[in-house]
Structure formats: structure tokens, C-alpha cells
Design a protein around this ligand. Sequence first.
Ligand code: ZN
Length: 141
Amino acid sequence: MRRFMVETHRREEFVDITGEVARAVAGFSEGAVLVYSPHTTAGITINEGADPDVRRDVLALLAELAPKSGGRAGFQHVEGNSDAHVKTSLVGPSQLVPVSGGGLVLGTWQKIYLCEFDGPRRRTVFVQPLAAAGTEKGVGE
Ligand code: ZN
């Protein structure tokens, strides 16, 4: 299991971690990589990296779905950050990214993001390479 840290700077933001993930799988050639957040108020997603308005729009919609006040849901969690927990469940804690020829298989516009919903904080991202059957030394022996 490999890992890296991410410093976030706002309560809510999407931090591009594509480069860190690529570096974390250096030397791994074929299979997939699990990118996993061990946090309950930060998730992982893949989305457009070209236009920052896409990230802004996703955050705006999530804020409407899960307002900090709780809206009609009437949040009861005493920590007061239920909106962050709900948003984390909506985006999910992980993404599985194919790896081929030693590189991440991503579309032209795709980037991997840590989704911060209760920052700023120091976050951990785990990166677990999963070898394709028979492609790594020792596999299948
Ligand atoms: Zn909480």
C-alpha cells in the first residue's frame, strides 16, 4: 500500500491529485490502481480538469443537495458537519483507475480529485496497485 498527503486550503474544494497518483504507481505497468480516501468528510472523484467551473458547479449542486444547515433533513449529528458526511457518501471514498503501459488510463479531460468537504485539513490518500493476472512477478506462481 502506498500513500501520500494532501493539504487542503478551504472548507470545500476539489484538489487535483492526478500527478501524485501517477507518481505513486511508478514502476507498475498493467492492471488498475485503487485510489482511496480513509476519511468520512473527504472523497475521491474523477471529472473534467480543463474548466475549473465544472468543479465549482459540482460543489454548488452538492451544496444545494446537502445544505450545511441540513434544510428539511434536520441534521442531528453534534459535530455540525453532516453536510460534509452526506457529500462524501455521494461522491464515494474511492476510484479504480486502469493502468496500462505504465501509465494511468484517463481521458483527455479527466483528472483525479480529492474532494474536500470539511477543510482545511491534512488528508491521506492511499494508492493500491492491483496487478492484472499474470503480469507481475510472482503472480500466478
Ligand atoms: Zn462529523
